[in-house]
Design a binder for this molecule. Structure first.
Ligand SMILES: [Zn+2]
Length: 144
């Protein structure tokens, strides 16, 4: 048995307590009844970015991208596949750097796509450049 973990609902932002193992996959939010893990990255604004990075007990992996960025667009389906590999151990977020420039500025992001990995609210790893799904998952796991 592993300890229950606090998981922020991707839909309503409520903080749920779920078992800390694979049985978290079918877990539903106690507030809005949505699935806590849908096998896909969650688009966030700066407020939900802060909430997810600060309140989740699981690590949070963020893809910082922009619509005009070709490598970002080609990485998008790979990041989606990585979500299926990493959930429910890791929460995956997508942050549009054009719409949320203050987050990019906070972490000194100069090129995109950039991935940020957070643990307990702290940035623990950062990398730039498009990757395919297996490399994304391996990079995240090697930095957990
Ligand atoms: Zn919810």
């Amino acid at each position: 048995m592993t300890n229950p973990k606090h998981i922020v609902c991707p839909h309503c932002g409520a903080i749920n307590r779920v078992p800390g193992d694979r049985s978290a996959v079918p877990a539903q939010c106690g507030t809005c009844k949505s699935k806590l893990f849908a096998g896909e990255p969650l688009p966030v604004d700066s407020a939900s970015f802060d909430r997810h990075t600060a309140k989740n007990d699981i690590p949070v992996l963020v893809d910082v991208w922009a619509p005009w960025c070709g490598p970002c667009r080609s990485m998008a389906p790979q990041f989606q596949r990585a979500a299926q590999m990493l959930e429910p151990d890791v929460r995956l977020l997508k942050l549009n750097s054009d719409e949320q420039p203050e987050i990019s500025a906070r972490y000194g992001i100069r090129s995109i796509p950039t991935m940020l990995l957070f643990k307990n609210g702290k940035l623990t790893a950062q990398t730039s450049g498009a990757m395919e799904a297996t490399r994304i998952a391996n990079w995240a796991r090697s930095n957990l």
